[in-house]
Design a protein around this ligand. Structure first.
Ligand SMILES: [Zn+2]
Ligand SMILES: [Zn+2]
Length: 343
């Protein structure tokens, strides 16, 4: 009975995937890129971004596969790509080889009028080759079907939602003093992003959405309401291209996770801005930010990886959202966890 071990593995996987009884999120360490695995209570799953291209894609797809194993998944249903920078879509072919995506969601064609990072054309071709016939282009205001949770597309292809969601719509007092930045002219400004809602819990992941578009979401009214968990935009406000205070302080995330690299994102001013969020209860980081000091990193037990990339083990940060109004964040490196009550 050669089939039996396979069947057993599948059954165990199913049992594991169902045992959390809620929403589960893995922030996978891809060394300052994006790869966030969302598993709905139904067991349906979506990967938001797929890490980096080339040699790095082997590393990143191995880490995606490790997170799948930890979650008891043998495939991932959907790939949602925020934008076409290498650290978000470059790993898509390698990730597809381990995750076998059924559906692909993105913001639409790559338009040469937006400044691209190097090798954008090759990345685009590699992505469309695996996604052909399975793509859905999303617009701000769309919802993505993921059974058991609500997934609202809040920005896409340069536009943000027209109508407030999640109890938003109030005039935002932080707009008056907002640092306004001119419209961003890179392809990153076209990023799409989602608000994932499960019961009272909300998770915002807008990839590298640029400061000007964050401001559109926040001013003059805050269109997103308050969120429970924020994936710090742009790996922790990389080069100050994201992290607009008007949005950050209006949505008042209770917990922030930064998918920063050892030397990417989470500069000292990003750390300080996050600390100014009213009611912040926890900051977690994929990496110790090596270019700053201990005073500008969260406490070491809430950091998943302490080394430079060459020595990094690629530990994830997991979020388990239960059905009883609490959620727990766990550091994959040391199993340190903290439980928060959804506000
Ligand atoms: Zn990025
Ligand atoms: Zn790492």
């Amino acid at each position: 009975m050669r089939i039996f071990p396979l069947l057993l593995t599948a059954l165990l996987g199913l049992a594991q995937a169902q045992s959390s009884g809620g929403l589960r999120i893995y922030v996978i360490d891809v060394e300052g890129g994006g790869a966030t695995l969302v598993i709905a209570p139904s067991g349906q799953s979506m990967l938001i971004d797929s890490g980096s291209p080339g040699a790095a894609s082997e590393r990143d797809s191995t880490r995606i596969a490790e997170a799948m194993r930890a979650a008891g998944l043998t495939k991932i249903d959907d790939l949602f790509t925020t934008h076409y920078d290498g650290d978000h879509v470059g790993g898509a072919p390698a990730a597809n080889a381990v995750a076998h995506f059924d559906r692909f969601f993105d913001h639409g064609e790559m338009d040469p009028k937006w400044e691209q990072n190097a090798n954008g054309g090759a990345r685009w071709e590699a992505y469309t080759a695996i996604a052909a016939g399975k793509r859905t282009i999303v617009n701000a205001g769309d919802t993505i079907p993921l059974a058991g949770v609500r997934v609202d597309v809040v920005a896409s292809h340069g536009a943000v939602i027209a109508k407030p969601i999640n109890g938003g719509g109030a005039k935002n007092a932080y707009c008056d003093a907002a640092d306004v930045k001119p419209p961003n002219t890179t392809a990153t400004s076209q990023s799409t992003g989602v608000l994932v809602s499960y019961r009272e819990f909300t998770f915002l992941d807008v990839g590298d959405l640029t400061w000007d578009k964050e401001t559109d979401l926040a001013c003059p009214v805050n269109k997103l309401g308050r969120v429970s968990l924020l994936l710090a935009t742009h790996h922790g406000f990389f080069n100050d291209q994201s992290g607009a205070p008007a949005l950050l302080w209006a949505i008042q995330p209770q917990v922030v996770i930064a998918n920063n690299g050892p030397r990417k994102g989470m500069a000292a001013n990003a750390y300080e801005r996050i600390q100014q969020i009213k009611g912040l209860e926890g900051l977690w980081q994929s990496h110790l930010a090596l270019a700053t000091d201990a005073a500008h990193n969260t406490s070491a037990d809430m950091i998943a990886n302490l080394e430079a990339s060459a020595d990094c083990k690629g530990h994830w940060i997991r979020v388990d959202v239960g059905s009883t109004g609490g959620y727990t964040v766990t550091n994959g490196r040391n199993n340190v966890s903290k439980t928060y009550r959804v506000r």
